[in-house]
Write a protein that binds this ligand. Sequence first.
Ligand code: PRX
Length: 680
Amino acid sequence: MIPDKAPKENVYHGSEELKKEAHIPTFEKYKELYLKSVDSPEEFWGDIAKDFFWKTKHSGQFLDYNFDVTKGQIFIKCMEGATTNICYNLLDRNVHERKLGDKVAFYWEGNEPGDELTVTYRELLQRVCQFANVLKSQGVKKGDRVSIYMPMVVELVVAMLACVRIGAVHSIVFAGFSAESLCERIMDSQCSLLITADGFYRGDKLINLKVLADEAMQKCKDKGFPMEKCIMLKHLSKEAEESPQSPPAKRACPDLQVPWNPEVDLCWHTLLRGSSVECEPEWCESEDPLFILYTSGSTGKPKGVLHTVSGYMLYTATTFKLVFDHQPDDIYWCTADIGWITGHSYITYGPLANGATSVLFEGLPTYPDVSRMWEIVDKYHVTKFYTAPTAIRMLMKFGSEPVQKYKRESLKVLGTVGEPINPEAWQWYYNVVGEKRCPIVDTFWQTETGGHVMTPLPAATPMKPGSATFPFFGVVPAILNESGEELEGPGEGYLVFKQPWPGVMRTVFGNHQRFETVYFKKFPGYYVTGDGCRRDKDGYYWITGRIDDMLNVSGHLLSTAEVESALVEHEAVAEAAVVGRPHPVKGESLYCFVTLTDGVTYNRTLEAELKKQVREKIGAIATPDYIQDAPGLPKTRSGKIMRRLLRKIACNERDLGDVSTLADSTVIEQLFQNRCGAAV
Ligand code: PRX
């Protein structure tokens, strides 16, 4: 499956210098270890597990599983019988055993240049223990769910690891999500406590986070799920200036609103006073839940992806170490938000498990100007840099000058994640940002996979721009055709995986049946990713994008159903259909067709209301780019909307293919005439 020899033509190689120190220096070494990881997972992962602390050792099989729905329930178990604590492995082990107490864990860089903080491993451990004691004093116990809705501050890492320390399950909700989305997630995961902050700045825009948190709590209450407690960090408000651990608040915040309900709200800083810096970790079973993270589902209702303790720890630690070829003196920077899986696995868990030093950035790549990223790279001497194709495409628009204002000499490896990277963006990243010196790791993975599953290794894998190349250790991909047959050699079809790896999700929280239906029913015996994939003659894998009703906007998955239901909740909308239209920066943009209720006419005010409605229901990332008045939608005779045709209309492509199943073909011309925006 993996070629014996790497191709020699039309590929890019990591530098000789990188190969000298690399953990996996050659393609041959990769192949040898890959075969071991698949043939003897026990031995492969067992060696890795030796580096971690186990309170009790595992008994039984290393990986036990059923991936075939026709043979019974789907299950995945890794290292059953072992007990450990991830927080202990990330912090105590690094401070005490590996003597990294004085090493910097995070350089925090605020939204405003000049707002900065440094946190060492020892300090982080103390702060986590203190906050873990606070959680305990508020009655949080092992297995309880805690919702976290915070900006990119060190306290977000503190809150998540404090949960982990006491065996509580965190459910982090990206702070760009709406109150409605937060409420839905709090209720689905039955959280007993919410942790939030007063507010934060994204560029020059103030986000009144506590106002949103309060709205969410009110909605929960209205739906019969009253939240009893909410801990609020004062990140922007005055008290933060008095806290030695907070950065100087350089700006006054006259518009900051901090609603306060003494019956529910608790102040982070007050609770910490007098809290001990020691806290015995709760020893957890390997398969105890670690966290829940919601991802869009094609039915419109988000899925609570559940990850468990030991497998996720081993997998994120190993992928981080090998994919970024982590070395002790690296300064690593992942620009994602911790509210997404990339931030969970590659800002918190993977880097800390390796004792890495990371940059934790609160701001935006464009604020105060489009050089900000490269300024930060030079400021901290970043060696390994990980971002999304959408950010690269956006910065590319401004040309090379803002990049070349800074030296970037420290950079060694560049990474991308979240969506396919088009070869043009890849070339710009490689030539301009990395100056042809830095390999690019195009990492394909999902919230569900826990960590990278298809990816180059920087020194070992010859790269092809736009290809996620080959599987990571322990991962066995296949490409299936519509009838579920595995394709051999070059071909295109459904990307599936044939066996689990330690970090794969275990269930959809509270709905195991949905887990089986979504990922395992279509092709029994395989985990179905929902992505299309092509394999070329050299055996390289090329992800071609989603093949279900999901859209990928700026690297974030959205379900069309979710946006459609937000639109039809407006009284003026009778029916809605949403499709993706290619976008030069965001990858895909949201193109919405709406059929209005009788008597309503379409105008700019209604359009603005509809956009606002979606933003408020889901969040700013789901704001429609285009809304088209559609008096009729193309449907089959059985009433199914033909999205395939709507996609063509959105892109002004006249070649519609087979339209024989269309009930009323006159709607098509009308829709073409009313199209929004220029042709793409
Ligand atoms: O469609 C694939 C795309 O992002 C989806 C997973 O989204 P999410 O769970 O939000 O996690 C994003 C961060 C891991 C995938 O099903 N995707 C992610 N990385 C890539 C990608 N598509 C192509 N190439 C990638 N490197």
